[in-house]
Design a protein around this ligand. Sequence first.
Ligand SMILES: *[C@@H]1O[C@H](CO)[C@@H](O)[C@H](O)[C@H]1NC(C)=O
Length: 435
Amino acid sequence: MRQFILLSFFVAVTSAASNLVCYYDSSSYTREGLGKLLNPDLEIALQFCSHLVYGYMGISAENFQAHSLNENLDVYKHQFSEVTSFKRKYPHLKVLLSIGGDHDIDLEHPNKYIELLEAEKVRQTAFIHSAYALVKNYGFDGLDLAYQLPKNKPRKVHGEIGSVWKSFKKLFTGDFVVDPNAALHKEQFTALVRDVKDSLRADGFLLSLTVLPNVNSTWHFDIPALNGLVDFVNLAAFDFVTPARNPEEADYSAPLYEPTGQNRLSHYNADYQVQYWLQQGFPASKLNLGVATYGNAWKLSPESGLEGVPIVANTEGNSAEGLQSQKAGLLSFPEICSKLSNPQNQYLKGNDSPLKRVTDPSKRFGNYAFRPVDGAVTEGIWISYDDADAASNKAAYVRAKNLGGVALFDLSYDDFRGLCTNDKYPILRSIKYRL
Ligand SMILES: *[C@@H]1O[C@H](CO)[C@@H](O)[C@H](O)[C@H]1NC(C)=O
């Protein structure tokens, strides 16, 4: 009897929030310098991850076949096989192959993912067969659709308050409508997912859906129907506000709850996105909350002021690219950590001087760090980011809501070298310990 009670207690404790879905962007293999993530460093993460999502595949605009975006690495240098063979050493690990993920940039065919939805069945079959073949041939456990759908238009918070005429005009010029055929595309997406699922069934392959940042689930997902088709959904509930989308205003990129007191959009926070899926009847146990391991970094102007309190006005888009991330407006967690005040940079001047860190005792919005413009030499910067504590708060939220787990985007931007506190993968670890 006692044993029985203990056993069921154990089951109850371990069943909720057991997923830690780790995204692995294989393009990190080809970065230069400290941002380069090679397999021995990748392997250290695998003891913590329940799933590894290998990104990203693209699709051809001509025949819709799914293919690697870096065949040289993935196929000829055997990175697909190297990664899937980690399963022998980590038998609990499921490795999925991901398509899309905002990495499949095709300037000549910006709408090819919509075209695939609208395509005749035979053309969709080419996509489905090719995706299946990649999963099957390289030993993956399933497929992840990080499907590239039209994104919400950004809106400037300041300057439009009370501008009734402007919003009236916008409504009629269709500025708010990012996809006039959203209702149809929603149906077509469900049908495509159904066919993909059918192709994976015989082998027992998994199918997951990644909801990319700013893809509006109301417009594009028939949630009750998708429930029967996917094993889980990863909500990339971050990048609500970014320097690329919102160059003139800096704000929390990935708040858990809506920050109060200003004219913000109420759906730009993680809790809203989670609640939306739950309200549509999606099971909590199949929903994973996405957490980013990078921060969004804006360039400040002299007019942005000295305070740093968001919403910060008069920003100038992306900050300069980081040495490791090599991407303007984006800094990896170890890069952010190295810019915060520490014994090495305390007395440095100009662009090497430390940033002021502002943590969030309310645990609702995340952290930011900044340095105002100072004279002609010192550039201003404002970064919104989740550190290990903030990520751990999100994991606590996941537990409290009995969600399936956390999805981490991605391993290569966590501090996999342990440069910040000597701990390798501090964000991944803090989530794991909290789940
Ligand atoms: C989708 O966008 C509309 C506004 O256009 C908003 O009201 C709604 O909350 C959004 N849905 C989600 C899930 O964010």
